[in-house]
Design a protein around this ligand. Structure first.
Ligand SMILES: Nc1nc2c(c(=O)[nH]1)N[C@H]1C(S)=C(S)[C@@H](COP(=O)(O)O)O[C@H]1N2
Ligand SMILES: [Mo]
Length: 326
């Protein structure tokens, strides 16, 4: 396997191995156009060289007691790794990009509008949203479809608290999460690697599962921009891309919503995207993973667990063929 070395010393698989071919091609095209100067100023690379590694400059405490029911007993990933090895295509397609470029995101003031099939649609500012339920710390695994994982202490509350508040109608069967779509704040939107805005979705019963965390912080602090400030989802039994970042809209709908990675490569990324070691990605195995921070030539491969080890969600999928509904 081809390996390139990232600035923070993490081994990265060569992008063509981890990215759908179409995305890889359009990224190459993007890079070529940029080299030819046909994409207007402020390229990610320019910014990267202008900015020193701007790591969480305005870190603010957001402490919460750990909920012992959700405290995975595994070594936590180092804060530096969790905040410099990110997927957030709105800020570039390389893992190192978001930590360098996401300073342009303004996480306050911020509102989230909740709309669609609900009796009480509402637009909440961040403080009102955060006060809706008691914040707790939960130590969850996050497993990316690319075959790596991290263990992160997140701060948030079960999304079910918000769902109850807005009173879904009988027509609400799915929930859609919509990320901010602002070129001024997100330089990556100039590149057509995904259809923008980034959208994700869940079935209502999945969204109501207590594990589904509406997340405002990590490591006792507010979310750094590169991790999806000011509010994101964390769904520990699903591949990381289901956990939409920097959410501005939550819509309750009748029909299964379109989702960003499914639009980009439907044969590679399905709607459910439950972590499943038995269903290989078309271009690589999902049977094992490497834990970020344990990289290197002698790194242990870890066995990937069904539902990422969160077997309590299994009843949501009783009777479903998870090879078909991948
Ligand atoms: N809006 C948005 N949300 C996103 C992504 C993205 O590109 N844009 N990437 C997803 C993917 S693929 C992963 S693995 C996780 C990474 O979260 P982390 O950077 O906090 O580890 O965010 C997910 N949420
Ligand atoms: Mo991912």
């Amino acid at each position: 396997m081809l390996i390139k070395r990232s600035p923070n010393g993490i081994d990265l698989p060569f992008p063509s191995e981890i990215t759908p071919q179409a995305v890889f091609e359009s990224r190459r095209d993007f890079i070529r156009k940029m080299a030819l100067g046909s994409i207007a100023g402020g390229s990610l690379f320019e910014m990267a060289s202008r900015q020193a590694f701007a790591q969480n400059p305005a870190s603010q405490k957001l402490a919460a007691a750990t909920n012992p029911a959700y405290a995975l007993i595994e070594k936590k990933t180092a804060y530096k790794d969790a905040t410099t090895y990110n997927n957030f295509y709105e800020f570039g397609t390389d893992k190192a990009d978001p930590a360098v470029t996401a300073h342009s995101l303004k996480p306050r003031p911020w509102t989230v509008s909740i709309e669609g099939e609900v009796k009480k649609p509402m637009t909440l500012d961040l403080d009102s949203l955060m006060k809706l339920a008691a914040l707790e710390e939960r130590i969850y695994r996050l497993r990316c479809v690319e075959g790596w994982s991290m263990v992160i202490p997140w701060v948030g509350y079960s999304l079910s608290n918000l769902i109850k508040k807005v009173e879904p109608t009988g027509n609400a069967r799915y929930i859609e999460f919509i990320t901010l779509d602002d070129k001024k704040q997100m330089p990556g939107l100039r590149s057509p690697v995904l259809e923008w805005p980034y959208v994700e979705g869940l079935r209502l019963d999945e969204a109501n599962h207590p594990l589904a965390l509406l997340t405002f912080g990590m490591y006792g602090e507010v979310l750094p921009n590169q991790n999806g400030a000011p509010v994101r989802m964390v769904l520990p039994w699903k591949y990381g891309f289901k956990s939409a970042k920097s959410i501005v809209k939550i819509r309750f709908v009748k029909d299964q919503p379109r989702t960003a990675w499914n639009i980009a490569a439907p044969s590679e990324y399905g709607f459910y995207s439950n972590v499943n070691p038995e269903v290989d990605h078309p271009r690589w195995s999902q049977a094992s993973e490497r834990r970020i921070g344990e990289d290197g030539f002698l790194a242990r491969k870890r066995k990937t667990l069904m539902f990422n080890g969160y077997s309590e969600v299994a009843s949501l999928y009783a009777g479903m063929d998870l090879k078909k509904f991948y």
